[in-house]
Every structure is written in structure tokens, then in C-alpha cells.
Write a protein that binds this ligand. Structure first.
Ligand SMILES: [Zn+2]
Length: 391
């Protein structure tokens, strides 16, 4: 994530170690107008439940929609009943085939996943700042992992280079995204982007910012989802994208939507994983405010997920820092008119600090978040509407 989140640093200034790109995040002085955009093809009532039933999902026990109890310093629930709501996790999901197999594969992969997270957030990666030796190392690691997962390059390789500039200094800076695909069964004729960013803040004042949660957790989680789904084609073709230069102001995702590898009109949604490990039992889900048709899908997943999923952090009228719509790469898709679902954790004391280390991540919390992420992807793939005509 970029910029200050829900809680300003003590004294009200930018957090130590934050990049000087905060001007582009949503703020109360620069509100982003709400732009609800229904899906091009309206979700039919009950379509999701039917799809879930077809996939063997049992009728979810009707969990109580509980208003989230106000918490100190949290201000995004001041306007019930439209504010974020909590769906308590219901029961252990019992997805049937074909959805159960990817979930089982994910669970069986936990040792590799944690090892990958340890590697990507190790000192050897030197904080993965865009354009540095550490970023090159991180990219080489991730590219090999994408290849091993069967995520196919769209061209000669997974790397897609771009340049970005930061006024007033207009010298171009290089960045490199990694992009690959897992083919779907063709039923949907469209793409779902699964994204995360691999860059972080680098080395500052001799301290390495390892960014284990931000966003090695998402970058490695993306790999885990790809491995879990290998051999289980979904309705949508999946585009897996490891973005660079997110911490410089969403530069990689801006470049992606400006020069997309597939027509933007064929991208149904971006599922963005950014800071998904430090849940403390709660994973935030943003995107339903901008695309209300997503809400029933997200709530159905919340009823089954092994972590409490809370919908919110996507209201433009929220106090500064509470609306995360433009604070991650999903913001670039949003600005391009593409629905997004962002998954991520609440602010924590190690956010954008050199203490965001692997050792502070609870493996169980992380795996539960990835399981929820995979369930979200499976549900979105099932529920998103077919195009009117095959394309
Ligand atoms: Zn960040």
C-alpha cells in the first residue's frame, strides 16, 4: 500500500520511511467522487447461490449481520446501516469438487508458501525498492516461481518493462511488472486479474525495509493461488500480475492499464492482494461500495471464510486515510472503469517500518487469509456474469 492509512503517524506528519508520493492518495481535500458502476450484465437474483450450489457449496448458515462495534480511532462506521458490516465466519467451508481441490492444494502447499514468504522478505532482497539490485533479485525469484506454477508468459517472457516519471524531475525511471496467465475453460470469455506488488521501500538510513506484509504476503499469495489452480481451469482466464513501483505511486499498475496486454474491456475485475498476512483475525474487503453488485458475492464468501471478512474502506466520503480505493494498485483499475476487490489488513505498527518482518507474521493467520482469497477468487469466477456474446 502507499501513503498514510487510517491512522496518521504521531504528530500528524507522514510516517517515517514513507515515500514522498502521498499527494496522490485520496484525502478529504481531494475527494474522489463515488462512481457506482454496475456490472455490464446485471447479476441475476440468486445466480450466485445457484452457482455455489452447483459447486457443492452447502447452504451457508445464515450468519447474523452484526454492525461492527466502534473501535478507538476507527471512523468508517459512523453512518449505519450503509457502513461496513461484519459477517462472522460461519463454519469450516466444505466446498465440493471442483472447488475443493484447489483449496486442498493450497493447504498442502503451506510449507512452500511460508518458505517463499521468508525468502522474498529476507534481507537478501534489500527491501525490493524499484530499480535496485534487490528488485532484480526479487523479480528473478518470482519469475522462476511463476514459471514453475505453469503461469504462461503472454509474450517472450513474464517481464513487462515500463517507465514512469515524477514531476518536477522528469527523468524516466524504469520499472518491470511480471505478467502471466492461466487459461480458463473459455466459458466466460473474459479475464480476472489477480494482482499484488513486489516492490517495497528498500534501504533507508542503513535499515532494510523488508516489507513482509507489504506486500511480500500478496506477491507470494498470488503464486500460491496460481499453484492451487493449476490443472483446475476456471471460467475466466486468470492474469497474474506482480506489480513494480507501487510504493512510488501505483506506477506499475498505471502502466498496465495504459498499455494492457489484453483489451481492458475484457477484464472483468481486479482482485488485489496487498498486505494480507497480519490479519489478527480480520481481513478487509473493499470494492463493494463502488460496485454494489459485488456485495452479495463478497458476503457469501464471508459466510464461509476462515477469517472474518469485513466490507469497507471504500467510501469516498470517509475521513482521510479510511478510503483505501486509491491506496493500492486496484485504484488504477478503478480509475480505468474496471471493478476491483481489494483484500488487505488494517493498519499495524510495523506498516512502512523496518520492522515489517517475516518473523512477525503468524503462519496460521496468513494461510487463513490466503484460503479466503482463493475462496473469493472461486466465487467471483462463478458469479461474474457471462458476456452477452462470446468474444
Ligand atoms: Zn506499502
Amino acid at each position: 500500500m502507499v501513503g498514510p492509512r487510517a491512522h496518521p503517524a504521531p504528530g500528524g506528519g507522514p510516517r517515517p520511511g514513507c515515500p514522498a508520493t502521498h499527494g496522490m492518495v485520496a484525502s478529504s481535500a481531494m475527494p474522489i467522487a463515488p462512481r457506482p458502476r454496475p456490472f455490464p450484465h446485471a447479476l441475476r437474483s440468486g445466480a450466485l447461490l445457484a452457482a455455489l450450489a452447483c459447486a457443492g457449496w452447502p447452504p451457508a448458515p445464515r450468519t447474523v449481520l452484526a454492525s461492527r462495534a466502534p473501535q478507538t480511532g476507527r471512523s468508517d462506521l459512523r453512518s449505519p446501516p450503509r457502513g461496513p458490516r461484519t459477517l462472522q465466519a460461519g463454519h469450516a467451508p466444505t466446498l465440493d469438487l471442483p472447488s475443493r481441490e484447489p483449496l486442498s492444494a493450497l493447504a498442502a502447499d503451506s510449507a512452500v508458501i511460508l518458505d517463499d514468504l521468508r525468502t522474498l522478505s529476507s534481507d537478501a532482497m534489500e527491501g525490493r525498492r524499484t530499480g535496485t539490485r534487490g528488485a532484480v533479485r526479487a523479480r528473478a525469484f518470482l519469475e522462476a516461481r511463476l514459471r514453475a506454477a505453469g503461469v504462461h508468459p503472454l509474450g517472450d517472457g513474464h517481464e513487462r518493462a515500463f517507465t514512469w516519471t515524477r514531476p518536477p524531475e522528469m527523468a524516466p525511471h524504469p520499472g518491470v511488472n511480471l505478467v502471466g496467465s492461466l487459461a480458463g475453460d473459455g466459458a466466460a470469455g473474459r479475464f480476472i486479474v489477480v494482482s499484488a506488488h513486489y516492490d517495497h521501500l528498500g534501504i533507508r538510513n542503513g535499515q532494510i525495509y523488508n516489507g513482509a506484509d507489504d506486500d511480500a504476503s500478496g506477491a507470494v499469495g498470488l503464486l500460491a493461488l496460481a499453484r492451487a489452480l493449476r490443472g483446475h481451469p476456471l471460467r475466466h482466464t486468470l492474469l497474474f500480475v506482480e506489480f513494480d513501483a507501487e510504493e512510488e505511486g501505483l506506477r506499475g499498475s498505471r502502466a498496465f492499464v495504459a498499455d494492457p496486454p489484453v483489451p481492458l474491456a475484457r477484464i472483468a475485475l481486479d482482485l488485489n492482494l496487498d498486505m494480507v498476512s497480519r490479519t489478527a483475525g480480520v481481513l478487509w474487503v473493499a470494492g463493494a461500495h463502488e460496485t454494489p453488485a459485488l456485495r452479495p458475492i463478497l458476503e457469501e464468501v464471508a459466510a464461509l471464510a476462515p477469517v472474518a471478512l469485513r466490507l469497507g474502506h471504500d467510501r469516498p466520503e470517509a475521513p482521510e486515510g479510511d478510503d483505501w480505493t486509491e491506496q493500492g494498485d486496484h485504484g488504477s483499475f478503478h480509475d480505468a472503469g474496471i471493478p476491483f476487490v481489494y483484500l488487505g489488513v488494517e493498519d499495524h505498527p510495523d506498516y512502512h517500518r523496518p520492522t515489517d518482518d517475516f518473523e512477525r507474521i503468524d503462519p496460521g493467520e496468513y494461510m487463513n487469509a490466503l484460503r479466503a482469497s482463493l475462496m473469493m477468487l472461486l466465487a467471483l469466477d462463478q458469479a461474474l456474469p457471462l458476456p452477452a456474446a462470446a468474444s
